[in-house]
Ligand binder design. Sequence first.
Ligand SMILES: [Zn+2]
Ligand SMILES: [Zn+2]
Length: 265
Amino acid sequence: MIVCPILSGSSGNATYVESGSSRVLVDAGGTGIAIETNLRQIGVDPRSLTSLLVTHAHDDHIRGLGVLSRRYGLPIYASEGVWKQIETGKLGRISTRFIKRFRSFNGGVVDLGDLRATYFSTPHDSYDSVGYVLDDGSAKFGIATDIGHVTPNMRERLSGCDVVLLEANYDYEMLVNGSYPYPLKQRILGPEGHLDNRDAGKFAVELVRNGVRHLFLGHLSENNNSQELAYRAVRDALLEAGVDLDKDCDVYMTRRYEPSRKLVL
Ligand SMILES: [Zn+2]
Ligand SMILES: [Zn+2]
């Protein structure tokens, strides 16, 4: 399996996952051109993509979805609630044969050929949002971004993953003392907002205890976080819990406009 977040941050999110003949993007939150450029940078021809998966209908996850689906003839998998929002949105016409809906209630599985995607509900202020675990039979990759808190169901679903893209959205002090208007601060801080660096650190410890060997830290806020703060918070939590960062788990930072490390498992 190959995993590479090619865009990650509040301005756009997309993660490339490949196994066998399946080449999937989870979210397409950049412009079509940005996503194509970043795919080429990691040696992937966008024409070889086979499907698109969507976590939720916030703009930073769906901006390039319509363009990519039309240009490369790609099916789009999303929950019923997410489709309701996409269809009334600004993505342009999407051919009905590319519309693949699923019911998020109780979770389920989407068959993508050489990859299987298990979906599960996430606590986020976007209707019917989901996370995914992609499994090719030998490795598992889980996505845990855009989550206000960690639910028991998410814990269970992400347990046993080899790789997780974990949100470390904001530094608490920076957000609280920063310039965002009060209602926006409350939204981000709330149980359906985003995960901060400290909570990411706590969850990282649990994930590593349950088998995760590679962690990408992603979806960093441009205004309320820095690469150093996010990395340090998670590293310190792992070290404090006795995790050996040379042996037990690698921690990689994602990038806002460029592909992150390409992980081959
Ligand atoms: Zn987002
Ligand atoms: Zn979101």
